[in-house]
Design a protein around this ligand. Structure first.
Ligand code: FAD
Ligand code: AMP
Length: 475
């Protein structure tokens, strides 16, 4: 016997679960199917983000940062705490408990909103039917008016770097190490590699990050990237650029990594190796023959700007479709689709998606980099403000970094805002809102910011774009 729903969502990560909740808020009958299982075999909602990505990484980044600050910074404040010790088991227990609370929160939200959560593997059949296979192999069929595919992504693997789950691992395992590896290698200096490298460096590992590309953080504004590299090196994080890993071999509990640089091949020996070379869309077992859903050459489900696939009333959102693989991008797509299904207005502004790297200092930006603006040929102006000149940042012992505003010379449009410094991920929200509302640089300049706050850095950077900064020298 099949059950009928207005909307069936496959995947309960940050793309799928908001789609399900919003659809239910729109008075539709909704089911959300998810197959995520944790290492103990239990099902959990929340996808990569809650179980193995955003949330556990931020829990460990916070704990490890506190550990370093207690060890290295408290004395500067005149606080003596004796010998600071690390209880990794307790730190990991906290991380696991945060994840459990958050994933349990989604189950509670489903219940409160009337979403039927179904653990198991979902497969789209022609005619908008979804078959769900449970843990015991039992099957049920759901009939849906609309289907939302939100199956997410999985880590990319390098064929010559075979994972064994113990010594050569992916980002998920690297979040769950039960001992600090004395020597840690990370392949890939992207967001995930830098965050994981930071965690274990702070907890005592000697960390080497191997990055194939010569340029550091090519997607970021290069003034920010340069400052970030300088800060990371100062912290003892070794980043080798132009170091493309060719192969890795495990011998006696250690791993030899061979990488090529300008001066030929080199070898690095480490105790654990994390492969963080990006993620790929995940559609394994998702689509039966003849659904009409298209997949592009890179494995992404093809969609239009409203996340419609080629099949009628089948939508796809999140990491499994084009665009940056970010939780908030998936969330906004999920909400948009649920509103469009209900006949409401829905749109995602792909030009105002914030990016955040949760290192110390944090890095965040929205809009175009100076390099992109320059390449576009539109005359522009730039204002920067160093956190060294911010009273609040100084009080926080966090004077490294800067805020940077890039604006059009012709009509004052804000083209990009870049921050490296304390709480950059929070500060960038103001810039996203400004761009969303098409605020001009002058609007930012005329907006009052509380003193002393970190947000003044964005205010001052906007003023500096017209050489009208008050708290720093205009250049
Ligand atoms: P996912 O979160 O991958 O969820 C997909 C879900 O669908 C999974 O639960 C999966 O089991 C399920 N599924 C797949 N196929 C089926 C099927 N056939 N049937 C049933 N269920 C299925 N992003 C940020 O924005 N900020 C961060 O700080 C951040 N940190 C990260 C840190 C790490 C270490 C990693 C790995 C990622 C991080 N990300 C971060 C990226 C973020 O996790 C993803 O962008 C986000 O999870 C994508 O959401 P999604 O819903 O598209 O997919
Ligand atoms: P991201 O896609 O942001 O998660 O970053 C992944 C990073 O891994 C990119 O900067 C890639 O250049 C890098 N990368 C991919 N393959 C290799 C490799 N074989 N050796 C070293 N770095 C790699």
């Amino acid at each position: 016997m099949s059950e009928r729903f207005d909307v069936v969502v496959i995947g309960a990560g940050p793309g799928g679960y908001p789609a399900a909740i919003r659809a239910a808020q729109n008075k539709l009958k909704v089911a959300c199917v998810d197959e995520w299982r944790n290492l103990d075999g239990s099902y959990a909602y929340g996808g990569t983000c809650l179980n193995a990505g955003c949330i556990p990484s931020k829990a460990l980044l916070e704990s490890s940062e506190l550990y370093v600050r207690a060890k290295e910074e408290f004395a500067v404040h005149g606080i003596g705490v004796g010998t600071v010790t690390l209880d990794l088991a307790a730190m990991q227990k906290r991380r696991a408990s945060i994840v459990k609370t958050m994933t349990g929160g989604i189950a509670a939200l489903f219940k409160a909103n009337g979403v039927v959560g179904i653990p198991g593997h979902g497969r789209l059949e022609p005619g908008n039917k979804v078959t769900v296979t449970g843990a015991d192999g039992g099957r049920r069929t759901l009939e849906a008016e609309h289907v939302v595919l939100a199956s997410g992504s999985v880590p990319v693997r390098l064929p010559a770097v075979p994972h064994d789950g113990k010594v050569i691992v992916d980002s998920w395992t690297a979040l769950e190490f039960d001992a600090v590896p004395p020597r840690l290698g990370v392949i890939g200096a992207g967001v995930i590699g830098l965050e994981l490298g930071s965690v274990w460096r702070r907890l005592g590992s000697q960390v080497t990050i191997l990055e194939a590309v010569e340029q550091f953080l090519p997607m970021a504004d290069q003034a920010v990237a340069k400052e970030a590299l300088r800060q990371f090196k100062k912290q003892g994080l070794e980043v080798k650029l132009g170091a493309k890993v060719a192969r890795a071999t495990v011998t006696g509990g250690a791993v030899g990594v061979t990488y090529g640089g300008a001066a030929g091949e080199h070898t690095l020996e480490v105790d654990k190796l994390v492969v963080a070379v990006g993620r790929r869309p995940f559609t394994s077992g998702l689509l039966a023959e003849g659904t009409g859903v298209g997949i592009d050459a890179r494995g992404f489900i093809e969609v239009d700007e409203h996340c419609r696939t080629a099949a009628p009333k089948v939508w796809a959102v999140g990491d499994v479709v084009r665009g940056p693989m970010l939780a908030h991008k998936g969330k906004e797509e999920g909400v948009m689709v649920a509103d469009l299904i209900a006949g409401l207005y829905g749109e995602v502004n792909y030009r105002a998606i914030p990016s955040v790297i949760y290192t110390a200092p944090e890095i965040a930006w929205v809009g175009q980099t100076e390099e992109q603006v320059k390449a576009g040929g539109r005359p522009y102006k730039v204002g920067t403000f160093p956190f060294a000149a911010s009273g609040r940042a100084r009080a926080m012992e966090a004077g490294a970094g800067m805020a940077k505003v890039i604006s059009a010379r012709d009509d004052d449009e804000i083209l990009g805002v870049h921050v490296i410094g304390p709480m950059a991920g929070e500060l960038i929200a103001e810039a996203v809102l400004a761009m969303e509302y098409s605020a001009s640089t002058e609007d930012l300049q005329r907006t009052m910011h509380a003193h002393p706050t970190l947000s003044e850095a964005i205010h001052e950077a906007a003023l500096a774009a017209d050489k009208r900064a008050i708290d720093s020298i205009n250049r």
